[in-house]
Write a protein that binds this ligand. Sequence first.
Ligand code: NAD
Length: 324
Amino acid sequence: MIKTRFTEMFGIKHPIVQGGMQWVGRAELASAVSNAGALGILTGLTQPTPEDLSKEIKRCREMTDQPFGVNLTILPTLVPRPYGEYMDAIVQSGVKIVETAGNNPKPFLPKFKEAGIKVIHKCTSVRHGISAEKAGVDAISMDGFECAGHPGEDDVPNLVLLPAAANVIKIPMLASGGFADARGLVAALALGCEGINMGTRFMATREAPIHQKVKETIVSSDERATSLIFRTMRNTSRVYGNSVAKKAIEMETEGKTIQEIGPIVSGAKGRVVYETGDMEHGVWSAGTCMGLIHDIPTCKELVERIVGEAEAMIKGRLSQAVAA
Ligand code: NAD
């Protein structure tokens, strides 16, 4: 067992959290991760309305008696989403863990705190981590440049970002972006974190509710297979480097606006990729850690393997490296 302040604070067995992934973070995956002793996360905006989110939370509760959380990502969307109503649905559902991401969580904290909800704030820079800590969140999930989805605009990879953040942030911190195996977990602990957040790695599991072809594409891809879109809009997103991503970058270079690019990069099209396995239908988030993913285990096999190998590494090779 690897026990940290994060596992203690959130009442989980293993210091591993599943990232809140659009279209992927549904009850099937979140419950499987929580049943494996890690922390599963439902993605709020994957549900079309706040009422649908309430139903999904209820469904997840029927699939696990372990703690799970809900991700609320506050970023620009093509169609405006009622973030306040999603927040109310989360509060009323009785869920006790929320992951906020994409923007300052401050406006959401009073209601979450009042309801006894613990908040993990996902951010991509030291300064945003400090401000979230000051605002009163319980933990930080620090997302380095390696990550899938939105890495921010500073382009600092985790080997520097995490210890720089650990130097100044006092609340428990998760390492996010590029983590997929035991070596990553041990490194995260060494860099000052108290656990890891994994998204892409959990997509390639048996329980992830996405097409088998997507999982096989992750397994067969290496660390160079991603592209960064929306750089020109300061809303950078790391996605699988398919023909649609390349077309979007070409359109951005030509100075096209989000309204013009929107039809090819919309989440609605990305969703079809996950449902049908047509890998060129739209853009879909994927991280550089694809280069570390070589199989499609169950969530339980994955979590137990990572923790077991990490323990063995700490007790074995690393301890032995210290001269007597
Ligand atoms: P969507 O269909 O509304 O938008 C598609 C993409 O265009 C998103 O990445 C969005 O951020 C971007 N976008 C929309 N309007 C924009 C604008 N005015 N300026 C710049 N970029 C703009 O998105 P969706 O697939 O329904 O996803 C819903 C939300 O979840 C989005 O905010 C999306 O970014 C977010 N998301 C987050 C992650 C993550 O890494 N946490 C992964 C996938 C999606």
